[in-house]
Design a protein around this ligand. Structure first.
Ligand SMILES: [Fe+2]
Ligand SMILES: [Fe+2]
Length: 369
């Protein structure tokens, strides 16, 4: 893909088609599907929190009262959009190894909807943000997960097999639900309106992950410690997605009304503005803890229970970034930590075994009614 100058949304659509070709996306993923921007309802007409609380939400970028606020908004939309296209780059090769026709259908739907989410974010950028929006919408189709160029860690990690896919949709798409929920309270009305339809679609992705893991556990063939290794691989990257501790950008996004708390409309307490990322991560951790407990109720006799790695384990962002902690939170010295990582993360033999899910009869139950 050469350097282009995107003057209109139609130009962007051409660029999007070129991106699909460039990542070698199977054309069947598009067939019968119409990509479109969808705008739903606002939680309400007035800004819900922060310094502008009570003012009318901003419909146009010129109504946004400060250049710094416009820049922060551009940044939030760009980061969200980047994850959407990245996930398709990560997942597209799994079309060839779907364990059942139902799973193939689910994967196609997930990829279509992620592309629609990226389309939606680019529609915002192209419609409201002038030259800088056009440039970001273009660059979004030029970075590649496969080259490690995506903006956030989880989206540069290879998704190699269907155990990866179900773990990813369970934990990483679920992070997406939290991010979209927080943006649904945004003072910038076109962004807030984008979130309803996206959240609806996102819930199918999470369900796909949760269900897939449940079907594997209930089938009783995959060793549970192997599934645990995939949890260890993905959950720390999901924690990282909530951002740094004591984040000033989360603070300002809140003060400016751009990104609320996930439970903004139900939480009667004032926000702790310097602990917003920690708060969101805590809500997320609580939710996934419940899901892991539910999976444990379906374990085969004698299997060791699944668990979430400690929040300090293998973090790249936040106060424990680069620390050497075990999955149970114990601090380790350098040599012990290297050995530990080799034990608790998927190795070559684990990856070979995991890739059998798509091929071996009985590893996963058929779709549950
Ligand atoms: Fe998405
Ligand atoms: Fe998703």
């Amino acid at each position: 893909m050469g350097a282009a100058r995107l003057n209109s949304f139609d130009d962007w659509v051409d660029y999007f088609r070129a991106w699909q070709k460039d990542i070698d996306l199977d054309p069947s993923v598009n067939s019968g599907y119409t990509f479109e921007a969808k705008y739903g309802d606002l939680h309400g007409p007035a800004i819900e929190f922060g310094d502008f609380k009570g003012d009318r939400k901003w419909e146009k970028i010129l109504e946004v009262p400060d250049q710094r606020i416009r820049d922060a908004l551009l940044h939030l939309i760009t980061y969200q959009g980047d994850t959407e296209f990245a996930s398709v780059e990560q997942q597209r090769h799994l079309l060839a190894t779907a364990p059942t026709p139902h799973d193939l259908e689910a994967l196609v739907r997930v990829m279509r909807e992620e592309m629609r989410h990226g389309w939606q974010m680019c529609h915002l950028l192209m419609s409201h943000f002038g030259d800088s929006g056009r440039l970001e919408a273009q660059k979004m189709l030029e970075r590649r997960a496969t080259r490690g160029e995506r903006l956030l860690g989880s989206f540069n990690v290879p998704v190699e097999n269907w155990l990866d896919f179900f773990t990813y949709t369970q934990f990483i798409d679920r992070d997406g639900k939290f991010q979209l929920g927080m943006l649904s309270h945004s003072a910038f009305a076109p962004l807030a309106r984008s979130m309803g339809p996206m959240l609806k679609e996102e819930s199918f992705h999470l369900g796909t992950g949760n269900n897939g893991l449940k079907r594997i556990v209930r089938a009783g063939r995959l060793p549970i410690p192997l599934m645990q290794k995939y949890f260890n691989k993905w959950v720390p990257t999901a924690y990282d997605l909530f951002g740094t501790d004591g984040s000033s950008s989360a603070h300002w996004a809140y003060v400016w009304g751009l990104k609320g708390r996930f439970d903004e409309d139900q939480n009667p307490h004032p926000a702790e503005r310097d602990r917003l990322n920690e708060y969101a991560r805590g809500l997320y951790a609580e939710e996934i803890r419940g899901l892991v407990e539910a999976l444990n109720r379906d374990l085969p006799e004698g299997a060791p229970p699944l668990y979430l790695p400690d929040e300090k384990f293998n973090r790249r962002i936040g106060e424990h970034a680069g620390g050497r902690f075990a999955v149970d939170g114990r601090p380790l010295d350098e040599a012990a930590y290297a050995r530990h990582l080799a034990e608790v993360l998927p190795g070559d033999e684990d990856r070979r075994r995991a890739s059998a899910i798509g091929r071996e009869e009985g590893f996963i139950l058929p779709r549950q009614a």
